[in-house]
Design a protein around this ligand. Structure first.
Ligand code: KIV
Length: 310
C-alpha cells in the first residue's frame, strides 16, 4: 500500500490576498488560490491502471461542489465522481431519473474548479444522466463532450451489453468511460426498487457477460453496485483491463465508491447496509472523515463483507 502524504492545513499565505479580510480570515469557505504545486502526482488513466495492476485499492467518492471536492482531493481521494445522485442529495428529487445534462455540467464545473484550487490531483468522473446517451452513439458523444468541456476526465454511463457499442464509440474518440452494472439507479423503476442484482446463476452469468462486453469495448472502470460479494470478487479477478469499483459489492473489488453525504452520516432516511458513517468516532470533522475513508479503503478495513455486503 502506498502511504498518502497528509497535506498541510491551508495557511493564510495560501489564501488569496484579494479575498482575505483584514483579520486574515477568508469568508464563505474561500478556497486557497491554485498557486502551490501539487503535493501528489495527478491521477491519470495510466496511473489508475498501474494501481489496478499492482492491487492497490482505488478510492472514489462523489462530489458535487467546489469546497467538498477540494477537501476530498486534499484528503487523498483519488477519483471524484460527480454522480447524478446529485438529483437526490442536492436537488431533492425522488430518483436520479430527472437529472438534466445542464445540472451535470454545472456541478462538474464546480467540482473541477474545487479540485483545481486544492491539490489538483483527483481524477474527475461525471455521470451521463438519464436520456442523454440511450438514443444513439452520436447523442452520447454530444452529451459526453459537454461534461468533458466542463472539466471531467471520464464519463460514466449505466447499463449492460447494449451500451458496449456506445462505450467503444466514445473511447475511440478519446473519452475515457466508466461503466456501471448491478443496481443501476436510472433504471430503478424497471428493476422494481433498490435491490441486490446478479443473484442466482442466470443473473450472475448475464452480469458477467455484460462486464466482459464492456471491458472489450474499452471501459477502463466499472462500478458494481449492490452485487453479491462473491460475484464481484470473481469479476474483479477476471477483468484485468477494467478496474471494478464497488458500492455494496464487497471488499474484493479494485476500488470502492460511496456517496459523500452517506459517508458523512448525512442521510435522513435509513442508511443503506453498504454505507459506513465515517463521521462517527471522528474528531477531525469532514476532512478527518474523508481521510478515515481513504485509509479504510486502502488498508482493506472497509467494507467488511459480513456487515456491508451480500
Ligand atoms: O450517482 C452516483 O452517485 C453513483 C454512485 C452511487 C456510484 O452512480
Amino acid at each position: 500500500m502506498t502511504a498518502i502524504p497528509t497535506p498541510p492545513a491551508p495557511s493564510a499565505a495560501g489564501a488569496s490576498s484579494a479575498s482575505a479580510s483584514a483579520s486574515g480570515s477568508t469568508p464563505y469557505g474561500t478556497l486557497p488560490v491554485a498557486t502551490s504545486p501539487a503535493l501528489r502526482r495527478p491521477l491519470s488513466l495510466p496511473r489508475l491502471a498501474e494501481m489496478h495492476a499492482r492491487g492497490e485499492k482505488i478510492v472514489m467518492l462523489t462530489a458535487y461542489d467546489a469546497t467538498f471536492a477540494a477537501m476530498a482531493d486534499a484528503s487523498g481521494v483519488e477519483c471524484l465522481l460527480v454522480g447524478d445522485s446529485l438529483g437526490m442529495v442536492c436537488q431533492g428529487l425522488a430518483s436520479t431519473v430527472g437529472v438534466s445534462l445542464e445540472a451535470m455540467r454545472y456541478h462538474t464545473e464546480c467540482v473541477s474548479r474545487g479540485v483545481g484550487r486544492s491539490q489538483g490531483t483527483a481524477w474527475l468522473i461525471a455521470d451521463l444522466p438519464f436520456g442523454t446517451y440511450q438514443q444513439s452513439r452520436e447523442q452520447a458523444l454530444a452529451s459526453a463532450t459537454v461534461l468533458m468541456q466542463a472539466g471531467a476526465h471520464m464519463v460514466k454511463l449505466e447499463g449492460g451489453g447494449w451500451t458496449a457499442d456506445t462505450v467503444r464509440f466514445l473511447v475511440e474518440r478519446g473519452i475515457p468511460v466508466c461503466a456501471h452494472l448491478g443496481l443501476t439507479p436510472q433504471t430503478v423503476h424497471a428493476l422494481g426498487g433498490y435491490r441486490v442484482q446478479g443473484r442466482g446463476d442466470e443473473a450472475a452469468a448475464r452480469l458477467r457477460a455484460d462486464a466482459l462486453a464492456l471491458q472489450d469495448a474499452g471501459a477502463a472502470m466499472l462500478v458494481l453496485e449492490m452485487v453479491p460479494a462473491a460475484l464481484a470478487a470473481a469479476l474483479t479477478r477476471e477483468l484485468t483491463r477494467c478496474a471494478t469499483i464497488g458500492i455494496g459489492a464487497g471488499k474484493d473489488t479494485a476500488g470502492q465508491v460511496l456517496v459523500m453525504h452517506d459517508m458523512l452520516g448525512m442521510n435522513l432516511g435509513k442508511m443503506a447496509k453498504f454505507v459506513r458513517n465515517f463521521m462517527a468516532d471522528n474528531r477531525d470533522g469532514v476532512a478527518g472523515a474523508m481521510r478515515a475513508y481513504v485509509s479504510a479503503v486502502k488498508d482493506g478495513s472497509f467494507p467488511v463483507d459480513a456487515q456491508h455486503a451480500w
